[in-house]
Design a protein around this ligand. Structure first.
Ligand code: FE2
Ligand code: FE2
Length: 269
């Protein structure tokens, strides 16, 4: 079994210390193989916020930590840095904004959908995404599990959030389907969404979307407390359990979705 802890939108600088402690404790109990942070690592891309995020990761026991930048990981008010070197602290603390991690049987393609000239909206950089997906698929073979992490989502639960969807969702989904992507990890709207793509896009092969809420920030939405998604991949099936923070306590399972693979790709039960 492979276990992935999917967290998002930590917005360090606005983190709630008690929730951070609960998450660290839960991670030690759940023992994931991989932790994926799908962007908005910080609130304002300050050095101190990235340092706090890095310190959080040093407390995480999982052997693999992966992250992608979100729109909050570029400075907003520091116009000079935004125009000259917007990703300098992201790069210093978290390295490459786009990369492939793989272990021969599964791969995670980390994509950067942000742009210094846009405030919140994200767009898949299709050309570089294609190159990364190609090399990941080649490395793990046709049957390996291929995941993507990208901050802005392909779909949202709340109608008000539709403007927050990636600018090129159809082309992105088509590209992911072409490379037989299995799971896409995203965040941004602070509202979890776990689903397959069957009723969302016309694709030759469908995949799973794991949209995570904000893990530890006080920037929660109404009806969406702090949360994370726990992904278990076992015997050819995928189970995603949404864990929600209970004030003064721990994260507990609020929803569980089971997916199986068929000729047309992944389908939720
Ligand atoms: Fe966010
Ligand atoms: Fe965001």
């Amino acid at each position: 079994m492979t276990r992935i802890l999917h967290i998002s939108d930590t917005h360090f600088g606005t983190e709630v210390p008690a929730v951070v402690e609960a998450l660290v404790k839960q991670e030690a109990t759940l023992k994931p193989d991989i932790v994926i942070l799908s962007g908005d690592v910080t609130q304002r891309a300050r050095k101190s916020e990235f340092a706090a995020a890095k310190a959080f990761f040093t407390r995480i026991g999982a052997p693999v930590h992966l992250a992608v930048p979100g729109n909050h990981d570029l400075p907003l008010y520091d116009v000079l840095t935004r125009s000259i070197n917007p990703y300098r602290f992201y790069g210093k603390f978290f390295g490459a904004r786009q990369q492939v991690w793989q272990d021969g049987r599964m791969a995670v393609v980390c994509l950067d959908a942000t742009h210094p000239l846009r405030h919140t909206r994200g767009e898949t950089k299709l050309e570089s995404a294609r190159d990364l997906l190609e090399s990941a698929r080649r490395a793990i073979g046709p049957n390996g599990l291929l995941c993507v992490a990208e901050h802005q989502p392909l779909d949202v639960k709340m109608p008000d959030d539709i403007p927050e969807i990636l600018m090129n969702p159809g082309a992105t989904a088509k590209l992911f389907s072409h490379y037989r992507v299995d799971i896409v990890f995203s965040g941004h709207v602070h509202f979890p969404l776990i689903r397959d793509t069957h009723k969302l896009f016309r694709l030759p092969r469908h995949f799973i979307i794991s949209g995570a809420g904000t893990a530890v920030s006080r920037r929660t939405r109404s009806n969406a407390p702090n949360s994370f998604n726990l992904v278990d991949i076992k015997d050819g099936g995928v189970t995603i359990a949404l864990h929600v923070y209970q004030p003064g306590g721990d994260f507990t399972i609020a929803q569980q979705a089971v997916f199986s693979r068929e000729d047309s790709g992944w389908r939720g039960a």
